[in-house]
Design a protein around this ligand. Sequence first.
Ligand SMILES: [Ca+2]
Ligand SMILES: [Ca+2]
Length: 459
Amino acid sequence: MKITIERKFSVTLCLSIFLLLFSLNQPVTYAAGYTYGDYYNNNLTNTTTGATQGPSISGNGAKIAFWSNTVSLGSNGTSKEIFIWTSPSTITKISTLASGDVDNTLPSINFTGNRVAYINASTNKSLMLWTSGGSTTPIATGSNDINACKISGNGTKVVFRSNKDFSIGGLDTSYELYLWDDPSTFTKITSTTSTYAPDTAFSINYDGTLVAFATKETTGTAFSGKNPDSPPNYELYLWNKSDLSTTQIASSSGGIGSIEPSVTSYTISTTTETTTMTKIAFVSDRDLSVGKNPDNNPEIFLWTYTGTYAANNTNALTQITSTSVSGGACRNPQISKDGKFITFVSNINIISDPKSLLTNGISAIFVWNSSGTITQVNTLGDYPVISSYTGLYESDDIKYGPRIAYASTADGSYNIYLATSTIPVPATSRWGLIILILVLVSLAVFMLKRRRQTSKGEV
Ligand SMILES: [Ca+2]
Ligand SMILES: [Ca+2]
């Protein structure tokens, strides 16, 4: 009798394990017409006039800030206002032009999507901060100009480019980078001359402790001796808030140099140690390490710092794209917070062999993953921005992969699009639950019968 019950339980358990393995081995399914690695591209704004551009996506991919001058969204048809798209389909205007204002523009959204920094343009320009459910306040204002800004992932810091003074020096007609630290601390990041002001394409990491930027500057404490070629090209630097140091990332001579950095840092923990990884995706038209870009077209590079590489160590450099097509370029890389994905724009058909220019001079968006695979996201797009890798659930059963926001004229006028990868949830979650219930029920039945046997004195 005792053997029979245990056998029943064993048979049920074996059957459950078999079903579990069977379900794990089932092919996953995709939407009609799509296969693994494809991207869904959805027009989020659907405007037919004006311009709707400048997307910035939150870390979980659920919110996108952008600017638009289009009447159908709530602008006046001329001036730009800031909007937020919230998944799945809500669009909210978050800025309001006052009398005398020209535009609200260049939004940058934080990781959770509850803060947006943007620039209010009037006679003067102000750096604005919008907080969800709270107020919209100018955090830097006055005479002169502010013409680029990026908010940290955690929303507590904003790096911006300005020729204002802020009472900390710098009003020398040269644009400099500044860091605003919540609630009201300003730190000057660069000291350059008007000829070699930092480029507008800079980047800040999640907690706002690192700022990556490009400049041609050759003088001063941070840059002296680091850019000896004449005329100087763009060199790439990483500013560290903790010790106010400025580290050169790559060194080169001639051409454009190294530009458009996108920085991230994150920790990797094992049972014995925690390592901080810092990664910068960037563009260079130089042969940064012998043999890597001899034809000197703009390529995407990745710099990886784990605390063991010295500045300018070419061992820290990985070349992400390797192309040699006349007139071909890879530009505007954006790295995800976890460093697993890099998006970029190219006018080359990167994934074909042999490579060639895309037809009609268009630029497409591509995504590189840390396994080295490059996938084409669309056939016409500008300035993609990438979410992180957070496993956001959606009704279309998509779990993994980055979400990429971009502006495109694919449907006529400029609109905001969202590309979502087709890597789906394997069909194991439902089966897993059924099997778990099966195991628990059989275990309960087994225990109950054992108890009855025990009470009857059979054991
Ligand atoms: Ca140089
Ligand atoms: Ca090349």
